[in-house]
Design a protein around this ligand. Structure first.
Ligand code: AMP
Length: 129
């Protein structure tokens, strides 16, 4: 198993969990780019959003059903962004499908307003998601 998020899903690498069920796992991002920054992943390996198909879209739908629970569990009370970086030009660094949940604007108005959370601002991704 060469994928870090597969290892986190399997419990081989520890994570700070927010939510878990048989299909997916949510955990805090190790390098938060917003006051609250959680990742939601399928437990089975899907490389990116580019690999979503009729065969696995029910799992993706399940993740989107879970996202409101994850946001609430993480203490997000006033809205959040859901982002997935897909492929090289989007600077996807972990090749296992994951959705960034970014919230807590009330804790950092500036980050919310200047768009820091929306897209990467540089190819190395420094400073933004
Ligand atoms: P992306 O660049 O969109 O592929 O996002 C990958 C995200 O995974 C980054 O925000 C990283 O900070 C995060 N990340 C990488 N390794 C870990 C880890 N072991 N635990 C939690 N988050 C991680």
């Amino acid at each position: 198993m060469d994928c870090i998020f597969c290892k986190i899903a399997a419990g081989v690498i520890p994570s700070n969990k927010v939510y878990e069920d048989e299909l997916c796992l949510a955990f805090y991002d190790i390098a938060p780019q917003a006051p609250v920054h959680v990742l939601v992943i399928p437990k089975t390996h899907i490389a990116s959003a580019d690999e979503i198909s009729a065969d696995n879209s029910a799992l993706v739908a399940h993740i989107f059903e879970v996202i409101p629970k994850v946001a609430a569990s993480a203490g997000i009370t006033n809205g959040y962004r859901v982002i997935t970086n897909c492929g090289e030009d989007a600077c996807q660094s972990v090749k296992h499908l994951h959705f960034h949940i970014l919230g807590g604007a009330h804790l950092s108005e500036q980050m919310a307003q200047d768009g820091t959370w929306i897209f990467r601002s540089s190819p190395d991704g420094e400073g933004s998601v």
